[in-house]
Write a protein that binds this ligand. Structure first.
Ligand code: GLN
Length: 494
């Protein structure tokens, strides 16, 4: 396919800097793709067409004046709608924020904007990023471009679907329990969750602050490294931001995996509920790593089996506190008609504005934090979190990276898990451990399962060691090839 929006960020940057194409043409290509496809996908909650054209024109002006531009300049970007954008409605996928227009830009977007990034729109997501299928969006679900009857994963499903379909060249999402990697896996794109604190959370609408990570969705590993380099770095506006100096994560991607110690989580590969097609594709990826010179052996994270339970106490506990601010006074929706006093208005607003899953989480979290239950639930979960962190520390004494499937299944059908929260929660069983530990992890496509849907290969690394994770991912990607575009694109050419 030769459409501009089907090229990678690196290819487009080269064409832009070589003046073979203009940023305006690139933006138009992505906007046309959105117009053509998004009625079916619903990956976007808002398309920022005018702003995109203005930003592209600015980039063209800078190129014409001979300025050396950053690698992200002129590349069409989509932002998950949990990231604050000044003057552009930001809803977090929730009716309670339907009318909310942020007065400021969050740091990741502020950095990209200053570098000449072209925003094509805000993407659909599960309400407040709570979910694994996008079906919890207050504005209707996203459809997976690989099969419109299946989910794109969640919660950053809009971002993943948009990148898979070429509606944007790359996107930002957030990963609290897997929300960048799991949708990347289900949509056949690359999803990177960096180390906790690597990317500022300033301007991110909080779900669970100790677990929230801003991450990238791209088609290639090189693009993930490029986009990460543009958004990473210390930010005084986020108290948990790492003090590390800025780095160029695109360095060293070519060096290969000779001698790299790769730990395979065998217990995960054989777990009940994992689809045979997923396990087979991941096994093949592992064999390729070994063939490329990696030293592969079995690894264990003995407490990871308790990670999901701990997560579903810690994340709701933090969300019950974070979401207290949506009170009908400070942000967005207010339902005041017939209210007898402020507390009553508060109850009516939250009752009408929040969806079922968000209410479930707030109740779970409030319960886990209440006097008399705090030690048994929240306190216990924090102890488990420490055990999981120690498991990773021990595993990384023997191994440089750990590998596994990203998700136990390929994309499932819309509606299939909506009545069974536990089945839905199990989607994140392999991604949650590295959110609890804050360690970096990536999902890259590794072929298709017999159902014709993409499989994701997860590579997890040491704290602050994105470099090794990206190097292993880039090596495997060179061997397996970049994932194809979904067949849907041939049905609907521009
Ligand atoms: N699916 C998980 C949840 O519902 C993770 C979501 C996320 O990472 N934001 O909490």
């Amino acid at each position: 396919m030769t459409e501009l929006c089907d090229r990678s960020g690196a290819e487009l940057a080269a064409s832009l800097h070589g003046r073979e194409v203009s940023a305006r043409e690139v933006a138009d290509s992505a906007l046309r793709r959105i117009e053509r496809l998004d009625g079916r996908l619903h990956a976007f909650l808002r398309v920022t067409e005018e702003a995109a054209r203005e930003q592209a024109a600015l980039v063209d002006g800078r190129i014409a004046s001979g300025e050396a531009l950053p690698a992200v300049a002129g590349i069409p970007l989509a932002l998950k709608d949990v990231l604050a954008t000044r003057g552009i409605v930001t809803t977090a996928g929730s009716r309670i924020l339907e009318p909310y227009v942020p007065p400021y830009d969050g740091t990741p977007w502020a950095r990209l904007r200053a570098a000449g990034s072209v925003l094509v729109g805000k993407t659909n997501c599960d309400e407040f990023a709570m979910g694994s299928s996008n079906e919890n969006s207050g504005f209707g679900p996203v459809h997976n471009p690989w099969n419109l009857d299946t989910v794109p994963g969640g919660s950053s499903g809009g971002s993943a679907a948009a990148v898979a379909a070429g509606e944007a060249v790359w996107a930002l999402g957030t990963d609290t329990g897997g929300s960048v990697r799991q949708p990347a896996s289900l949509c056949g794109v690359v999803g990177l969750k960096p180390t906790y604190g690597r990317v500022s959370r300033y301007g991110l609408i909080a779900f669970a602050s100790s677990l929230d990570h801003v991450g990238t969705l791209t088609r290639t590993v090189l693009d993930a490294a490029t986009l990460l380099s543009a958004i990473a770095g210390h930010d005084p506006f986020d108290a948990t931001s790492l003090p590390d100096p800025p780095a160029d994560y695109t360095q060293g991607l070519e060096t290969g995996v000779e001698g790299l110690r790769v730990g395979v989580l065998e217990e995960w590969m054989t777990m009940e509920g994992i689809e045979p097609g997923v396990a087979a594709a991941v096994r093949q990826g592992i064999e390729r790593l070994a063939a490329l010179g990696a030293r592969v052996d079995e690894a264990r994270l003995p407490h990871a089996e308790y990670a999901l339970s701990a997560y579903y106490l810690i994340a709701p506990a933090e969300c019950s506190s974070n979401l207290a601010r949506f009170d009908g006074v400070r942000y967005g929706l207010r339902v005041g008609d017939g209210a007898t006093d402020v507390a009553d208005m508060n109850v009516r607003t939250r009752g009408a504005g929040f969806g079922d899953e968000v209410k479930r989480r707030i109740m779970l979290g409030t319960y886990a934090l209440s006097a008399g239950y705090y030690d048994a639930y929240y306190g216990q979960a924090q102890k488990v979190r420490t055990l999981v962190i120690r498991d990773f520390d021990e595993a990384f004494e023997r191994f440089d990276v750990l590998v596994s499937p990203t998700s136990p299944t390929t994309a499932f059908r819309l509606g299939e898990r909506t009545e069974d929260p536990l089945a839905m929660y199990l989607s994140d069983i392999f991604t949650i451990p590295s959110d609890l530990s804050g360690t970096p992890a990536i999902s890259i496509p590794c072929g298709l399962a017999p159902d014709g849907l993409p499989v994701g290969f997860q590579i997890m690394g040491r704290l602050r060691d994105e470099a090794t994770v990206l190097r292993a991912a880039a090596t495997l990607e060179r061997d397996l090839g970049v994932a194809p575009r979904p067949p849907l694109l041939e049905e609907f050419p521009l």
